[in-house]
Design a protein around this ligand. Structure first.
Ligand SMILES: [Zn+2]
Length: 236
């Protein structure tokens, strides 16, 4: 078993190189509390740390992480609502002005959803139940991209599941009203870790588009993949 000393050493580096050198920041956060600019719903995946990817400071970003960065629809928000209670706190108490749902390439949760294997044990049932939030996305991908490479289907599902979560966010009355009044903005982001690019959903174009380029990769190789044909008709 690998030990956790590497993290303790990392914390020591944080103390010396960050905490001790930013007394004003931490004094203010301690005295005044947090006022994060945005809420990010991200995947648990250890390769997609929102703070690292956005180079944020403490206090900037309120983060909720779960398997496959899914937001359940309003109707399912009643029991053990870990994700939705955190979303409610960020929006209603902290009054964040942006919600970003950030998916990513090679998402294990989305791969499991696409495999669609019957769960064989308790823990698989737990995960399958959660991933069921995006079951209609899986069905749509299989219907609209039949016979495509698994890689292509998975990528489409990863991106379409982000839109599904944005759609589900709008089903919460206290989110929908804020969005319609212009007090809250929703964003869909996709981290393509293969080339180190961040893509944003462009609702006018109906596709995710690269917003940041890795300097070592030509723009040509990062041309965004179009989502399946009829997605444009769906919100957001
Ligand atoms: Zn993931």
């Amino acid at each position: 078993m690998r030990d956790v000393n590497i993290f303790l050493k990392g914390f020591r580096r944080f103390q010396h190189h960050y905490f001790d050198r930013n007394p004003e920041l931490f004094d203010r956060l301690f005295a005044e509390g947090q006022q994060p600019r945005a809420l990010m719903v991200a995947c648990c995946d250890s390769r997609c740390d929102p703070g690292v990817l956005t180079d944020s400071k403490p206090g900037d970003l309120f983060v909720v992480r779960n398997v496959a960065n899914l937001v359940p629809p309003y109707i399912h928000a009643t029991s053990y609502a870990g994700t939705t209670s955190a979303i409610a706190f960020a929006i209603c108490n902290l009054k964040v002005e942006h919600v970003i749902v950030m998916g990513h390439a090679r998402c294990g949760g989305i791969r499991a959803l696409m495999e669609n294997r019957p769960p064989a044990c308790d823990e698989e049932r737990l995960i399958a139940k959660w991933l069921g939030i995006a079951e209609d996305v899986r069905q749509r991908v299989m219907k609209e991209l039949p016979g495509k490479l698994q890689e292509v289907q998975a990528r489409a599902c990863e991106q379409a599941a982000i839109l599904k979560s944005l759609e589900n966010l709008m089903s919460y009355p206290w989110i929908g009203s804020r969005v319609n009044e212009g007090r809250l903005a929703l964003h869909g982001w996709y981290f393509d870790m293969e080339c180190g690019a961040l893509m944003q959903y462009d609702s006018d174009a109906g596709e995710f588009r690269v917003t940041e380029l890795h300097p070592d990769h030509p723009e040509e190789s990062l041309r965004p993949q179009r989502l399946f044909e009829n997605w444009e008709s769906s919100p957001p």
